[in-house]
Design a binder for this molecule. Structure first.
Ligand code: ATP
Length: 300
């Protein structure tokens, strides 16, 4: 089957540990039982687009271990094509160790493992998939050279979610059609702090980023802002009872890709993504919280 959405990115095992408080250097803290969850922005966004009915192919790397088979198994069961996920010998699968204290505050250690071995050469091996896909979705949890290679190889619309944020070369930004980022990431890419949270300031900063045709700034509970050559449009968030905002951004990116495959205009795509993200925040967890097409259509 032809790939509609190609995702080149990370796969992580999230290990979540409840702790009474976060340990200070040198301190040992007795935590509660840990739980294991599939994660990584790449894998989460791949599942988000697949749940909405798109044929998604994931490009990336896992280790030759239980975590790797767990993650590819989760993608398989979501209907994501994992034939371009390479198993890497003698390298652990990427892991995120997440300690959550009683107030719900997180500290996170990410160990990239096999994600760090995902190379431009891997991208070249799957060049045909990227050339053919309607939308290629990228994030920054894998090496930058790999992200650049994937953006160049993509034949369709390139959507980059530059998280975790770092400065990017102009060559990469030039290859991006739609940049989707939150306010913190916007500050890093624009190389300047937001003077205030008001929308005008956000628009000004967005205009400092050259390359992409459109910039979508996600604003959490405030919704999202679309800035492109046609102007600026603000899409308010859908009002919902929030349970857990984990993966809101990933749901947003996956749903945006889904709408772009269906040739929706960007404005409609952002509204669709906002509705998909709203469903996600009403549910616990990351991948299990990602909505189906029916779920999103039933929002309001
Ligand atoms: P995360 O890192 O938690 O995945 P993010 O920082 O990448 O999130 P946000 O801007 O927090 O992204 O959220 C993405 C989108 O999710 C927002 O644009 C909005 O549409 C939706 N969203 C987030 N929080 C809420 C909320 N409390 N109520 C409704 N929608 C929300």
């Amino acid at each position: 089957q032809r790939t509609a959405v190609a995702v080149a990115g990370s796969l992580n095992l999230d290990v979540v540990m409840p702790v009474p408080h976060h340990p200070r250097p040198g301190e040992t803290v007795l935590g509660g039982d840990h739980t294991r969850h599939p994660g990584g922005k790449g894998a989460n966004q791949a599942v988000a687009a697949a749940r909405l009915g798109q044929h998604v192919t994931m490009l990336g790397r896992v280790g030759d271990d239980d975590a790797g088979s767990f993650l590819t198994g989760m993608l398989d069961s979501a209907g994501v094509d994992t034939s371009a996920v390479t198993v890497t010998p003698q390298t652990p699968t990427g892991m995120a160790y997440i300690a959550v204290d009683e107030a719900g505050e997180n500290t996170i250690i990410v160990s990239p493992g096999a994600n760090g071995m995902f190379s431009a050469g891997d991208v070249a091996s799957s060049a045909a998939v990227l050339a053919d896909a309607d939308v290629t979705l990228l994030q920054l949890e894998v090496p930058l050279d790999t992200v650049e290679a994937a953006a160049r190889a993509a034949g369709g619309t390139v959507v980059l979610n530059p998280a975790p944020a770092r400065e990017l070369r102009p060559a990469l930004l030039d290859a991006v059609d739609v940049l989707v980022l939150n306010e913190t990431e916007l500050e890093v890419l624009a190389g300047q702090q937001l003077p205030s949270g008001n929308l005008d300031g956000i628009v000004d900063l967005s205009r400092r980023i050259n390359g992409p045709d459109a910039i979508v700034v996600t604003l959490g509970a405030r919704g999202a802002l679309l800035v492109d050559s046609e102007g600026v449009s603000y899409v308010p968030a859908v009002e919902v009872d929030v349970v857990d905002t984990t993966a809101a951004g990933d749901a947003f990116c996956g749903a945006l890709a889904d709408a772009l495959v269906r040739r929706e205009g960007l404005g409609a795509a952002v509204r669709w993504a906002t509705r998909a993200a709203a469903v996600t925040v009403t549910r616990d967890g990351a991948q299990p919280a990602l909505p189906s097409r029916d779920d999103v259509e039933n929002v309001r």
